[in-house]
Write a protein that binds this ligand. Structure first.
Ligand code: NAD
Ligand code: WQD
Length: 340
């Protein structure tokens, strides 16, 4: 298939491009580069072994820009990564998050349907479960109250896309609820490249390890978990990328609506991650215990068996692979990608 990849220059999008080409697909990338660097796409093309990835610096809110892309390319499906994703920033700038994520997606799906492209895989998130009523979380677990506007954009967009599919059954909508993506491509050439102070655990750990930050703050050690620190379902980004390739098969089978958890099914604590990082990579990660972070929950991990049964997808990489590949990327690229 020829796939429109929105947000393809970003962390998960860039890794997904490689897996798409490996599986025999081709891609066209649309990204406004608001949180990414075109060097990532050059490196993706090098890894795949092609001269370049077709790329348009277009904002998904720009209807004319998107029309131009659809006029030039015959596109079979869209993998829709483009969006703003910083939880704390979304609390400060709710309008910007709703406008970018919801406004952008509404424009995108309208242009798609006008061009007869009615297949979409959407980057949703475990955040839609709120404080989950069951652990491990299955897809039958009810959605919950999100603690921030970012989370609500994911929850609302799931509803928007399901309603669109209901009204027009020609659509295939796959909602992938990612748990906690970490790691990097084994080449060490692409990886997570956050602007400023990282919000997420793994990039914070790698920046401490590489000497860019003094120590990791561990947000709370009094949760009802085995060691008191928060437990999450970390998933290697290459496994996550492959889930999208498998989801394309569901679209090929005309699945209608498909909702899948994308995690390993294993919960690791903050200290499990820190200790694995130190053990596998042989570098120190100084840390100290800090107060809990507002909005955090104690434990979040999934039951990923629906994705295995229906998509034939399951995670192959474990915690040692995740911490090794995160460090490989960071240690080879201490300042991330070179300036745009
Ligand atoms: P990322 O920021 O690295 O990638 C998102 C890309 O979208 C960036 O390249 C950015 O420039 C682009 N973008 C943003 N707004 C755009 C717009 N209006 N028009 C065009 N391009 C735009 O983030 P990521 O970690 O790769 O996440 C990809 C998707 O997965 C996002 O939708 C995110 O919300 C979702 N997600 C991420 C995580 C995570 O922890 N990384 C977890 C669950 C879901
Ligand atoms: C993981 C654990 C922290 C940083 C977020 C979003 C979620 C999804 C994935 C997009 C928690 C602890 C963290 C630090 C720490 N994104 N931590 N010190 O909060 O599970 O999920 O990213 O959809 O929506 O909320 O991930 O990596 O921020 O935190 O102790 O400096 O690490 O308290 O227990 P989280 P995270």
């Amino acid at each position: 298939m020829n796939i429109l990849v929105t947000g393809g220059a970003g962390f998960i999008g860039s890794h997904t491009l490689i897996e798409l080409y490996k599986a025999g697909h081709t891609a066209v990338v649309v990204d406004n580069l608001s949180n990414s660097n075109p060097v990532a796409l050059q490196r993706v093309a090098e890894i795949i072994g092609i001269p370049e990835i077709p790329f348009y610096k277009v904002d998904i809110r720009d209807r004319e820009g998107l029309e131009g892309v659809f006029a030039k390319h015959k596109l079979d499906a869209c993998i829709h990564f483009a969006g703003l994703k910083a939880v704390g920033e979304s609390v400060e700038k709710p309008w910007e998050y709703y406008e970018n994520n919801i406004g952008g997606t509404l424009t995108l799906v309208d242009v798609m349907r006008r061009h007869g492209c009615k297949n979409i895989i959407f980057s949703s998130s475990a955040t839609v479960y709120g404080d989950p009523v069951e652990i491990p979380i299955t897809e039958n677990c009810p959605k919950g109250q999100c603690t921030n506007p970012y989370g609500w954009t994911k929850s609302m967009l799931e509803q928007v896309l399901m309603d669109i599919q209901k009204a027009d059954p020609e659509w295939n909508v796959v909602l992938l609820r990612y748990f906690n993506p970490v790691g990097a491509h084994q080449s060490g050439r692409i990886g997570e490249n956050p602007n400023g102070i990282p919000n997420n655990l793994m990039p914070y750990i790698t920046q401490v390890a590489v000497g860019k930050r003094k120590e990791l703050g561990v947000f709370g050690n009094d949760y009802p978990t085995p060691d008191g620190t928060g437990v999450r379902d970390y998933i290697h980004v290459v496994d996550l990328a492959n889930a999208h390739v498998c989801a394309l098969q569901a679209i090929g089978r005309h699945c209608g609506i498909g909702i899948y958890n994308v995690g390993t099914g294993h919960g690791y604590s903050v200290l499990d991650m820190v200790k694995a990082f130190i053990r596998v990579n042989g570098v120190d990660v100084p840390y100290s215990i800090k107060p809990r972070r507002a909005g955090d929950i104690a434990t979040c991990y999934c039951n990923p068996s629906k994705a295995k049964a229906e998509l034939g997808w399951e995670a192959k990489y474990g915690i040692d692979d995740m911490v090794r590949d995160s460090w490989h990327w960071q240690s080879q690229n201490p300042d991330g990608y070179p300036e745009k």
